[in-house]
Ligand binder design. Structure first.
Ligand code: GAR
Length: 210
């Protein structure tokens, strides 16, 4: 783990477009996320646009897909090896469409955050990701939705909430229009939440050094 004067090393896990990854990269670059650097981006898909965003920013990347490993344990070991080699202090799941193995969570407990495109505990848990979340919100008749950044524990979308923000559901919304409104808010709260967790880790490590 990084010492008090070293930046917090963040590893980011992605699966798709990577607009939340971009928000975190921008937040680190412009100082809204202070005292941190992004050391590694891992994608579950080799054609994820998020990988290009990372490469353009000079951030090392890796792909750990669903196939190519004999089983879940081997995939978890590969992830742990990459995270350790990048001297990871904190992990952000930014549009990562898989449930992280308990083997990966354990050594980083309290240091993993996830962004989910709804007001947890509404429309979350197994099977609720991406467009499906927005379809469920519209089907429910909810008048508002939003986004949540929370700590990752061994459940699915069950960890403590770090930042949550609502947006209205408008008459005539489609899953696409609602997703776009929620995504805009995601980009703000993921920066706020990562900054908050980084500050907490730096404070804890500062105290530890004294
Ligand atoms: C975001 O809306 C994120 O909240 C969601 O996938 C999208 C990824 O967009 N994540 C989940 O549904 C996870 N349960 P991005 O790749 O542009 O950041």
């Amino acid at each position: 783990m990084a010492g008090a004067r070293e930046p917090i090393h963040i590893s980011i896990l992605v699966s798709g477009g990577g607009s939340n990854l971009q928000a975190v990269m921008d937040g680190v670059a412009d100082g809204r996320i202070a005292g941190a650097r992004i050391g590694l981006v891992i994608s579950s898909k080799e054609d994820a646009y998020a990988l290009l965003r990372a490469e353009r920013a000079g951030i090392p990347t890796a792909v750990v897909g669903k196939s190519g490993y004999p089983g879940d344990d081997e995939r978890a070991e590969r992830l742990l090896g990459l995270l350790s080699a990048a001297r990871t202090d904190m992990i952000a799941l930014a549009g990562y469409m898989h449930v992280l193995s308990p083997r990966v969570i354990a050594p980083y407990a309290g240091r993993i955050v996830n962004i989910h495109p709804s007001l947890i505990p509404r429309h979350c848990g197994m099977g609720y990701y991406g467009r499906r979340v927005h379809e469920a919100v519209l089907a429910s008749g909810d008048k508002q939705s939003g986004a949540t950044v929370h700590f990752v524990d061994e459940g699915v979308d069950t960890g403590d909430v770090i930042v949550q923000r609502a947006v209205p559901v408008l008459g005539g919304d489609t899953p696409e229009t609602l997703a776009a409104r929620v995504l805009e808010t995601e980009h703000d709260i993921i920066v706020e939440a990562v900054a908050k967790v980084v500050d907490g880790l730096r404070e804890a490590e500062g105290k530890h050094e004294k």
